[in-house]
Design a protein around this ligand. Structure first.
Ligand code: UN1
Length: 502
């Protein structure tokens, strides 16, 4: 069976029938990174179609905001159940479209299910504060209200989960959605949104609650600029996020940015090296290094440096690289030729700085596919490509002498998404997670930098953009806050004791 037929069967199993053989001129060709072959042609949304979709989403918002939040939660529950019943189909589509190994595709779909469950619970606990008023017979409180249409711009590497983090929360908060997925992964978007629209219809709502806009950068720009879109949640490169953030700011609309990372782990002398090796292998080589949370830098105390590098080289040397649909494969292909070229450019830049490069070479595969053996790059100091995010499996390893130096190295990059420390020393662990420690949005102890659970707020500082998605109180980004002062007395006392007698 060809991968294109495989894709068609997934859509059949999902009960969806999008036009995957579009003849439209303005269409996207979707190729699988597995062998570079064509999976489908998807028609791009014309400006008129995109405008109509945003109008539908806005009209639906006007009705949806009046639906009680727990009832809105029922739709999200139905969506989560549909996703659960199609977990295998959706995971397969993710693997076909992104080249992610099936295990990780299943993990991504589980993340969709998890956030739906979280949002269902949340739909019964969207809460505000009551605050002591300084005036007699007055009540001061905060109430939370939906925003409108939430625009979601998502990246290729998590083609379903990132939308779901936004969608599940946005929906229970009373918003509707317009989603512009990566040009590389429109099929995952059509599949997941197709299920969401079915859940909406099955529950007596309109499928216009969530619209997909297929297209390139111009489609994203139109989404950001559209007056009905009140919040843009964007995941992707720092350059893209900066454009979105500036455009939103100039229109006084909100943005929620989840951009790149240049994530490090510090390995202290007391670390359990077995945990380090397993944690580093998953975080650096897993997803072929194409997570925003991927581990890119390992900062290792000099006393254990040589033995750790030896163990890592041994493990990286035997990682099964290849067909992501095959059982046992741990590292699938890179997304495209550009990713391969960028990786090779970073490795040559490191070599020219005197680094020792282990692996990073091309592995067997179809001519139009890009399989690589994850690289380990020994650098005496943090410099050159190590200071930048390269979206590929490269693990830079650098020694440190003093603990404080290691923390400074962790923080000495432009991004601030994820970080970790491996230690059995309580003092080091506490310092790393204190105000003087990691400056990242995620700071872990004795686990890697990737693979966050949905229960916590997800996002990072500095050039990662500052947004928080997923768990904790991230829902507040999808609502606006009103402060209400209610006078239930018979007089009109003024705040601050002001007298204004007429
Ligand atoms: C991303 O790479 O954009 O923490 C998201 C993780 C996943 C999400 C990654 N739960 O690695």
């Amino acid at each position: 069976m060809t991968y294109a037929n495989d894709t068609t069967s997934v859509f059949q199993a999902l009960g969806l029938a999008p036009d995957l053989r579009s003849t439209a001129q303005a269409g996207l060709e979707v190729h699988t990174p597995i062998d570079g072959s064509l999976l489908a042609r998807v028609a791009a949304s014309s400006p008129a179609a995109a405008g109509a979709a945003l109008k539908r989403a806005h009209e639906q918002f006007l009705a949806w905001r009046d639906v009680p939040a727990p009832r809105r939660g029922e739709l999200v529950r139905a969506f989560g159940e549909l996703v659960r019943s199609h977990k295998g189909d959706l995971a397969r589509l993710i693997s076909l479209e992104t080249g992610k190994i099936l295990q990780e595709g299943l993990g991504e779909v589980q993340e969709v299910i998890d956030i739906c469950e979280f949002a269902v619970g949340l739909s019964r606990q969207l809460y505000g504060l009551t605050i002591a008023s300084e005036r007699p017979d007055h009540k001061l409180l905060e109430t939370w209200h939906p925003l409108g249409v939430v625009g979601v711009i998502s990246a290729f590497n998590f083609p379903m989960a990132v939308f779901a983090w936004n969608a599940a929360l946005a929906l229970v908060c009373g918003n509707t959605l317009a989603w512009k997925p990566s040009e590389k992964t429109p099929l995952s978007a059509l599949a997941l949104n197709g299920l969401l629209q079915r859940a909406a219809r099955d529950n007596g709502f309109d499928s216009g609650l969530s619209e997909v806009l297929i297209g390139d950068r111009a489609t994203g720009e139109a989404l950001v600029a559209h007056p009905h879109v009140k919040l843009v949640s964007a995941t992707g490169s720092t350059a893209m996020g900066k454009n979105v953030g500036v455009a939103c700011a100039s229109l006084f609309k909100r943005s929620l940015l989840e951009l790149g990372g240049n994530n490090a782990a510090i390995v202290c002398p007391s670390a359990d090296l077995e945990l380090v090796v397993r944690g580093a292998a998953f975080a650096a080589a897993g997803t072929a290094g194409q997570r925003c949370t991927s581990l890119r830098r390992l900062i290792v105390q000099r006393a254990i440096y040589a033995q750790l590098v030896e163990r890592l080289v041994a493990v990286f040397g035997r990682l099964p690289v290849g067909d992501p649909l095959k059982d046992g494969t741990l590292v699938g292909p890179l997304i495209d030729a550009r990713a391969f070229d960028t990786m090779q450019a970073a490795l040559s830049a490191a070599r020219s700085l005197g680094a020792t490069v282990h692996f990073g070479n091309r592995e067997p595969g179809a001519a139009a596919a890009h399989y690589v053996r994850p690289a380990i790059v020994e650098m005496e100091e943090q410099a050159g490509p190590m200071l930048h995010e390269t979206f590929a499996p490269i693990l830079y390893v650098t020694p440190y002498d003093q603990f404080e130096d290691a923390v400074a190295m962790n923080n000495a990059v432009a991004h601030g998404l994820s970080s970790a420390i491996f230690t059995r020393d309580l003092r080091e662990a506490e310092l790393f997670t204190s105000a003087r420690g990691s400056d990242c949005g995620i700071a872990n102890v004795n686990i890697g930098t990737s693979g966050a659970e949905i229960g916590g707020a997800f996002g990072g500082e500095k050039e990662t953009g500052g947004g928080r998605e997923s768990g904790s109180d991230a829902w507040k980004a999808y609502m606006r806050r009103a402060t209400n002062t209610i006078n239930y007395g018979l007089s009109l006392p003024l705040a601050q004791g002001i007298r204004f007698e007429i």
